[in-house]
Ligand binder design. Structure first.
Ligand code: ADP
Ligand code: MG
Length: 600
């Protein structure tokens, strides 16, 4: 990088009253005392997206103790904390005059602690270690003219003030920072202990599970009944500092959560969904953890399915369609859930989380009367209840499912937990008695095997976008493609089907990725929690597309792309798109699930 310019004050005064586009002169590196300001992209008019900036401060000037950020997990938590501090300071110190007076903003945050690209906390052992903040700066305007004095104040007073407040250890709430880091380390440590204890999830005593409302993820402020562990399920796990915490351990296998309506079943399951992430102190779910690969599965009628092997659940469709290579642009409730289940298993989810509230009943169970009405050979569906046992015994995939309406799962449950007025009770023994008293008939036998599933193999990458003749794109060629046996390697899709994607994929909020002419709907991925994760997924999808060779399974492509991110940081996904500050790390399972929702 070139030598920093130091005359920002003079430059801004000189620009006062000029046409807005003259702000472009600000692009580049500036020195403001100890702080380095890099303006990577300058907006061309006041209504364009804000300008992109990076602010760098030597680590030693921040005063942040090296020990606090000595590991990767610690730096992730510290970066998440500093992002929140920067955001708050920018709000408190920033101009209040609306759009014309400009402002400073940064990646938004929620209740989860995530690896983010908004604030990079360096390894203190690294040479020339800097803390780097990536933020957006709306440059002030009067009509379409530059408001030089306001800009002067924003960049030379407000911004350094925000940096002072948000990055200098002496100005930070040191205890809050420590608590933030500890919360993440404890949760990671708890998660690591699950496999060796034969558990898939853990809910600590006195955790607060209910949320403020259906749309607000903060804890319920009043009247929340803290979690209490049933004695039979009590386990003690260790926290980072060696002390112990007791709570409910959910073992591997099939766990069924029963209970009357409105007794807290879905709330428990949702806390487990989010247990793949660490939470901010005060959230209530800091010590609720689930295996990181746990995948929530639901029905999603209308979604597209593309070359998914749904044969463990669906066979003999009246159309004669091959359910080992099933595609539709408009899946039904049951086929969408069958696809989501198989896709999660393929993505190596160790636990499936299902809630009857969002499941397709006909995929979950079929009762005796219906089996008598519709003979087996006329019914394409093998219900989940017949597969869930083998899913664990054969493939090691556990399930936690919430059901209030159907007793069918009691036969196959290893553990039955009842939620009774927000209290968990181990009712496994009672469930066994019920099963003895009301046995299923002979023809309702769980399947002995889950069945094989064929892996997804994305087709070869197209050459430069828009240059591939349609008839060429579909066949992979070149070394390795010869002798390719489609029946063994599984379904493939050709590059020719990916027309119109010459624009980069990008997130539109949490639930949508815009890719070419298509809006990919991710609203069913309930474990996607941050729009910055969605943005990272958009870029990972492009990378999958770029590296697909018609031979490598989807999950391997996703793992390879994510390995690079783990090694080189989220900036590995920034490409040349200027600002890398709007990324947060997604899980491989969610990337795979997003890929499957692209219409082909
Ligand atoms: P179910 O799935 O059993 O029908 P929900 O989990 O949807 O029940 O919970 C019903 C209501 O009770 C929700 O408004 C939820 O926020 C609230 N709730 C859940 N758990 C608790 C709790 N531990 N303390 C207080 N309220 C709770
Ligand atoms: Mg419910």
């Amino acid at each position: 990088m070139s030598t920093p310019r130091t005359d920002l004050s003079q430059t801004l005064r000189r620009l006062d009253g000029s046409s807005y586009s003259a702000y472009k002169q600000l692009k580049g590196l500036w020195r403001l005392g100890e702080v380095e300001l890099v303006l990577d992209r300058v907006q061309s008019d006041p209504y364009a997206p804000p300008s992109l900036a990076r602010v760098r401060l030597p680590l030693r000037s921040t005063g942040i103790p090296s020990g606090l950020i000595a590991s990767k997990d610690r730096r992730v938590a510290a970066g998440d904390f500093l992002t929140r501090q920067f955001s708050r300071a920018a709000r408190e110190l920033g101009p209040r005059g609306g759009k014309d007076s400009g402002g400073i903003s940064i990646q938004s945050t929620g209740q989860e602690i995530l690896e983010r690209s908004s604030v990079l906390v360096p390894d203190p052992a690294a040479a020339d270690a800097h803390v780097e903040v990536r933020c957006e700066i709306a440059l002030p305007a009067a009509g379409r003219r530059i408001k030089g004095h306001a800009a002067h104040r924003l960049l030379t007073e407000v911004l350094p003030g925000v940096v002072e407040r948000a990055l200098r250890y002496e100005n930070l709430d040191a205890r809050a920072l420590q608590a933030h880091v500890t919360s993440h380390l404890d949760a990671q440590h708890l998660r690591e202990q699950l496999p060796q204890r034969g558990l898939v999830a853990f809910v600590a005593d006195s955790a607060v599970l209910p949320r403020a409302s259906g749309h607000r993820d903060e804890p319920l402020a009043r009247g929340a009944v803290p979690f209490e562990t049933p004695p039979e399920l009590r386990v003690e796990l260790e926290l980072e500092d060696g002390s112990t915490v007791s709570g409910m351990g959910i073992p591997e296998g099939v766990t069924v959560v029963v209970g009357g309506g409105y007794h807290g079943k879905s709330t428990l399951l949702q806390a487990l969904e989010r247990g793949v992430y660490s939470h901010v102190p005060g959230d209530g779910r800091e010590r609720v953890v689930t295996l990181p690969s746990a995948m929530s599965v639901r029905a999603e009628d209308g979604r597209a399915v593309s070359h998914t092997d749904v044969s463990p659940f669906i066979n003999n469709l009246p159309t004669g369609a091959d359910t080992r290579d099933f595609s539709t642009s408009n899946a039904s409730g049951s086929t969408s859930q069958a696809a989501a289940t198989v896709e999660a298993v393929e993505a190596q989810a160790a636990v499936l989380l299902l809630d009857e509230d969002t499941c397709a009943t006909n995929l979950m169970v079929r009762d005796e009367r219906m089996r008598a009405m519709v003979p087996g050979e006329r019914e394409p569906i093998t219900p989940f209840v017949d597969r869930v046992g083998a899913l664990y015994t054969e493939r090691g995939v556990s399930s936690i499912l919430v059901t209030g309406g159907s007793g069918a799962f009691l036969d196959v449950a290893d553990l039955v937990v009842a939620m009774d007025a927000y209290r968990a009770v181990d009712v496994t023994d009672r469930a066994r008695q019920v099963v003895r008293d009301f046995p299923r008939s002979e023809d309702m036998r769980p399947a002995a095997s889950f069945g094989e599933i064929r892996p997804h193999v994305p087709g070869g990458a197209p050459e430069a976008p828009g240059t591939v003749p349609a008839e060429r794109g579909a066949t992979p060629s070149g070394p390795g493609a010869a002798g390719h046996d489609a029946s063994r390697s599984g379904p493939r899709h050709g590059a020719a089907q990916r027309g119109g994607r010459d624009k980069p994929a990008r997130a539109r909020g949490l639930d949508t990725i815009q890719w070419g002419r298509e809006d990919v709907d991710l609203s069913a991925l309930s474990q996607l929690v941050d729009p910055s994760q969605t943005e990272a997924i958009a870029r990972l999808l492009e990378e999958v597309e770029r590296t697909a060779d018609g031979r490598t399974p989807l999950t391997e492509l996703v793992d390879a792309a994510l390995e690079r991110v783990v090694r080189d940081g989220l900036d590995a996904l920034a490409h040349h798109r200027g600002h890398p500050g709007h990324l947060a790390l997604p899980r491989a399972q969610d990337v795979v699930a997003a890929y499957h929702r692209v219409r082909r």
